[in-house]
Design a protein around this ligand. Structure first.
Ligand code: ATP
Ligand code: MG
Length: 139
């Protein structure tokens, strides 16, 4: 399935603001099929592991603290060209730079509380999906 799946997480700001339903609707209407989904909460240690690639960046501590501050909704999504198409749907990391109509333009508050995550490569999509879901949780 390489090339056809991506991993996403609705971040704590969007879950607590009640935007998850509207965001999932946009994701489905854009042609993504939900293979796995749950509500979860990361410990600071687990958030640190998930974002390990960013550990040298100045915002790493805040990012891990933020991502463990409340529940998240991780999902595995399927679609042709999933990784690239999903990053187009969510828009730029900084919501002030995100294209109008993208999920971050509509729902993100700031560069750190930016509503949603999207994998940046097929390889990372597999790693991130495996971080949250077993094979038995995928349908
Ligand atoms: P994500 O990986 O969450 O989909 P992204 O790929 O658009 O986002 P990355 O460069 O991977 O962006 O950064 C990971 C996350 O770290 C961002 O989503 C954002 O929450 C946070 N982040 C990135 N840059 C900054 C920054 N300059 N200041 C604060 N937080 C940042
Ligand atoms: Mg990223």
């Amino acid at each position: 399935m390489t090339g056809n799946i991506t991993f996403t997480m609705i971040k704590p700001d969007a879950v607590s603001n009640g935007h998850a339903g509207a965001m999932i609707k946009m994701i489905q209407e854009a042609g993504f099929r939900i293979i796995a989904m749950k509500k979860a909460r990361l410990s600071p240690e687990k958030a640190g592991k998930f974002y390990e690639v960013h550990k040298e960046r100045p915002f790493y501590g805040e990012l891990c603290q933020y991502m463990s501050s409340g529940p998240i909704i991780p999902m595995i999504l399927e679609k042709a060209n999933a990784v690239e198409d999903f990053r187009k749907l969510i828009g730029a990391t900084d919501p002030t730079q995100a294209e109008p109509g993208t999920i971050r333009a509509l729902f993100a508050k700031s560069i750190d509380a930016n509503a949603i995550h999207g994998s940046d490569s097929d390889e990372n999509a597999q790693i991130e999906a495996n971080f949250f879901f077993s094979e038995l949780e995928r349908f």
